[in-house]
Ligand binder design. Structure first.
Ligand code: ATP
Length: 508
């Protein structure tokens, strides 16, 4: 099956064709000028091979440094807020707009003998200026923004919901980074790495300014080409063609891999299911959520095994209340007790509280089975995951990736994953809102059967959820509790317009 793309205007096609010709012209002209008969002799000259080796070495080291430093930098820029963040981002991206020669002068001003760090480095016996290390530093300086831009963009593409889902399933920040974040940003990381490699390989101005042109030490291939233009133009053309080939090989290798789609963990061999009886019994929950910035001031107690539905108009503070319980939002006036123990200082992965939102946030690189296994600890996780999926009526989709599931199927898998973590408290934020009526009925029935022993806080706008799932309902308006009690009583007395409408909706 193929998806058919929406057509593009003919004018765009014509412009794209012209642009392609214009971009190809210099490359074709370069290749046409190469003297094929002299090519072996020109490319295997001592100076050419030395420059090529040096270019590949410095470019590879610079690329590794950019990845090791750039990914954490992008992560901090995308996920943290701190004073001066805009300034830091501007500083990191500055080399993109600096003329390379200025970048070279800047690097030399930092590491040169009379530079900012020169005396300190000299005292330690380190001389960086006009060394191979200076070439690498110049390459890192000019290429780093490409990596940071690619990775930060990918990280910003979601609101952190996948990370939050992983944390509330018990994953530590390091596990979230390696098992969720890195696979998700893998395509952007690969693209950024190619750009860094290409930029570093072609670097000229900053290198010659900061490192000079010492054969075998700092004379990379672009510098060798430039110098050869004076004495041997044919040799310069041949070396340019060589640089072109190296760049094309890198791009084809990386983008060729990307064409096969985002990175996915293989389903692995099938395993027999280990039966899963039911989620473990929940714990009592007590919460005081005071978040003045969001106008929320609520106290809520939920008994062990009780399902409390929180209802109220948009912006009433329902999701914020769940975020406080899960530990995603922290404020000085908040206190959360699970099983009698205060957890407000504990990070989300140590609270035993699973949060399931309407988007589900299934990890796209994992099959349904691996998604559920993510929430499990100990041996035989795949077999136990299959048992949980069977209990939710989702076993048949265990080898599918999330983008191969319908909304209803994905919701069942997401519920399976949340319950598999055996949380002490389950938070459900409109878990059925994205489903069609039929799927919602199915998943609601599965929830009604399974949530029995769990302690649940359920946010919903649907009266059918109240009828099927809730023991008690709490009504929020403008961040305050305006009514609470058994579902029938609250809906019958209809203290607010919202509740009156909810009670008279057909589904109750
Ligand atoms: N990330 C945020 N940063 C700042 N304010 C926020 C943020 N998220 C929500 N708010 C504000 O907090 C208040 C409560 O929002 P919240 O999302 O908790 O309401 P809600 O009852 O869940 O609404 P809905 O039914 O639309 O989901 C609103 O005034 C909202 O504008």
């Amino acid at each position: 099956m193929r998806h058919r793309a929406v057509g593009v205007p003919r004018s765009a096609l014509a412009i794209a064709a012209l642009a392609t010709v214009a971009m190809a012209l210099p490359v074709v002209a370069l290749v046409a000028r190469v003297e094929v008969t002299r090519l072996p002799e020109l490319l295997t000259s001592e100076s050419a091979l030395t420059a090529l080796r040096l270019s590949l070495l410095t470019t590879s080291v610079a690329t590794v440094v950019c990845v090791l430093v750039g990914v954490p930098l992008a992560l901090v820029l995308a996920r943290c807020s701190f004073p001066g963040k805009a300034f830091v981002r501007g500083l990191v991206l500055l080399p993109l707009v600096l003329p390379p020669v200025v970048a070279g002068v800047a690097v030399l001003s930092a590491i040169g003998r009379r530079g900012l760090l020169g005396a300190t480095l000299e005292a330690w016996g380190i001389e960086l200026a006009f060394s191979t290390a200076a070439v690498i530093i110049a390459q890192v300086f000019v290429a780093m923004p490409f990596l940071v831009l690619s990775v930060e963009g990918a990280l910003r593409a979601d609101d952190g919901g996948y990370d939050i889902a992983a944390a509330t399933l018990g994953a530590s920040p390091a596990q979230v980074f390696w098992r969720v974040t890195v696979p998700r940003i893998a395509p952007a990381l690969a693209a950024g790495t190619v750009l860094v490699f290409a930029r570093a390989l072609g670097e000229f101005g900053a290198t010659i300014t900061a490192a000079g042109s010492l054969p075998g030490v700092t004379r990379t291939l672009p510098l060798e080409i430039y110098l050869q233009r004076e004495t041997d133009p044919e040799g310069a053309v041949a070396l340019s063609a060589l640089l072109l080939v190296v760049a094309v090989v890198v791009i084809v290798l990386t983008y060729g891999r990307q064409r096969s789609g985002p990175w996915r963990r293989r389903p692995g061999p099938d395993v027999a299911a280990v039966e899963w009886d039911a989620p473990s019994p929940g714990s009592p929950l007590s919460v005081r959520a005071a978040v003045p910035e969001r106008g929320l001031d609520v106290e809520l107690d939920v008994a062990a095994g009780e399902t409390v539905a929180v209802v109220g108009p948009n912006g009433a503070g329902k999701s914020t209340l769940l975020s406080v319980i899960a530990g995603v939002v922290q404020a000085p006036g908040c206190a959360v007790t699970v099983d009698g123990r205060p957890v407000e200082e504990a990070p989300p992965h140590r609270r035993g509280v699973a949060l399931l939102t309407q988007r589900g946030h299934l990890f796209g690189h994992l099959t349904a089975s691996h998604n559920v296994a993510f929430a499990l600890r100990g041996s035989g996780r795949r077999a136990r995951a299959r048992g949980v999926l069977r209990r939710l009526g989702a076993e048949q989709w265990r080898s599918r990736y999330p983008d191969q599931l319908s909304g209803g199927q994905a919701a069942r898998v997401a519920v399976a994953r949340a319950l598999a973590a055996q949380p002490r408290v389950v938070l459900l934020d409109e878990p059925l809102a994205a489903l069609d009526v039929e799927s919602a009925v199915d998943v609601r029935a599965a929830l009604a059967e399974l949530l029995g022993p769990c302690t649940v806080v359920l946010v919903t706008h649907d009266a059918a959820d109240l009828a099927a799932l809730a023991d008690r309902v709490v009504v929020l308006e403008e961040g305050r509790v305006v009514d609470e009690g058994p579902v029938d009583a609250v809906l019958t007395r209809g203290r607010t317009t919202y509740v009156t409408h909810l009670g008279s909706s057909g589904s109750y």
